[in-house]
Design a protein around this ligand. Structure first.
Ligand code: BEZ
Ligand code: FE
Length: 285
C-alpha cells in the first residue's frame, strides 16, 4: 500500500507519468504537475476555490465552439500566448505576436498592388513592404496572409453586414520581395467579454480593448514562418492591449504621401496614408 501524504503526493504523481515514451511530453507533464502542485501549496488552495476554478473552466468549455476558443482567449489575456511568442523569437527576425481567433485559412489570392478597400468605409491607407532574410536579402518566394478588422471594429466573421472574406487576402511578393496593398486603417476593438474571460477582466478592472492592428503570416521556403501583428503608432490603447501583443518594433507610423502614380494605380485618394513594413524572416534550423 502506498501511503499518500502531503509530502509525498507530488512525487507520486510525477512518477506516475514517468513512463511517457515521448521524452519532451514526459518533461512537460512532469513540470506541469510540479508547478500545479506548487501553486496549490503556495496559495493553500481551499476546496471552494478549487471548485470555483473548475467551474470557470467548465464555463469556458460551454461557450467554446469550432469558431470560438475561450481557452485561447484565456491564454491571451493571461499573457501565455505572448510569452510563447517571445520565447520563440529569433535574432534579427521580425518579432512575432498573437495569432488571434480571426485567421481563417484560404483567403483569396491577390496580386501585389491590389486594393482591399472596395465598399469599405474608413481611411484609405497603403501598406508597402519588403520581405527579406535577416541579412536584408530579398525573399522572392515569400507569401503573405493578411487580415484586419473593418471601420466598425469588427472582423468579417463577427459581422453579417460585411461580405465574406472582407479585408483579408494572400499575396505572393514580387521578385525583389516587395509588396503593396491598399486597405483601410484598422480600428481598435474589444475582445469578447461575454464568457468567463470577460468575468476575469471585469473582476480585475481590466480593459478589453486591443489597439488597432493588422495581422500577417509570412512564409518563405527554408525560413521560419512569422505570425505577427503591426500596430498603429497613433492608437490610444497601445499601452493597454488586453492580450499583451504590442512590441515596440511592431508599432509603425502612417505617413501622408501624395504620389499621383501610386494613388491612381491603387485607387487611393490624392493624399493617402502610407506605412512602410520591412519584414525579416529567420532561416529554418
Ligand atoms: C485579435 O487580434 O483579433 C484578437 C487577439 C486575441 C484575442 C482576441 C482577438
Ligand atoms: Fe486582430
Amino acid at each position: 500500500m502506498k501511503n499518500i501524504t502531503r509530502d509525498n503526493l507530488s512525487d507520486a504523481v510525477k512518477l506516475s507519468f514517468a513512463q511517457i515514451d515521448n521524452a519532451r511530453l514526459c518533461h512537460l507533464v512532469e513540470r506541469l504537475t510540479h508547478h500545479l502542485h506548487a501553486f496549490a501549496h503556495e496559495t493553500a488552495l481551499t476546496h471552494s476555490e478549487w471548485r470555483e476554478g473548475i467551474a470557470f473552466l467548465h464555463r469556458a468549455a460551454d461557450i467554446s465552439s469550432p469558431s470560438r476558443s475561450e481557452f485561447t482567449l484565456m491564454s491571451d489575456v493571461l499573457g501565455l500566448s505572448s510569452l510563447v511568442d517571445l520565447l520563440a523569437a529569433r535574432p534579427g527576425a521580425t518579432e512575432g505576436s498573437v495569432l488571434g481567433p480571426f485567421h481563417t485559412r484560404g483567403s483569396p489570392w491577390m496580386e501585389s498592388g491590389s486594393s482591399l478597400i472596395r465598399d469599405n468605409p474608413g481611411e484609405a491607407v497603403l501598406i508597402r513592404g519588403q520581405v527579406t532574410d535577416v541579412h536584408g536579402q530579398p525573399l522572392a518566394d515569400a507569401r503573405i496572409d493578411f487580415w484586419q478588422n473593418a471601420d466598425n471594429g469588427m472582423y468579417w466573421q463577427m459581422d453579417d453586414s460585411q461580405p465574406q472574406d472582407n479585408l483579408r487576402c494572400q499575396i505572393q511578393v514580387q521578385a525583389d520581395g516587395r509588396f503593396e496593398l491598399a486597405t483601410i486603417r484598422p480600428k481598435p476593438y474589444l475582445v469578447p467579454t461575454d464568457g468567463p474571460v470577460g468575468e476575469l477582466l471585469r473582476v480585475s478592472h481590466r480593459e478589453a480593448w486591443r489597439p488597432a492592428h493588422f495581422h500577417i503570416i509570412v512564409e518563405a521556403p527554408g525560413h521560419c514562418t512569422l505570425i505577427t501583428e503591426v500596430f498603429d503608432q497613433g492608437d490610444p490603447w497601445l499601452d493597454k492591449d488586453a492580450v499583451f501583443g504590442v512590441r515596440a518594433s511592431l508599432v509603425a507610423e502612417y505617413k501622408t504621401e501624395t504620389d499621383s502614380d501610386t494613388a491612381s494605380r491603387l485607387g487611393l485618394p490624392p493624399a493617402y496614408l502610407c506605412m512602410d513594413l520591412p519584414i525579416r524572416l529567420a532561416k529554418e534550423d
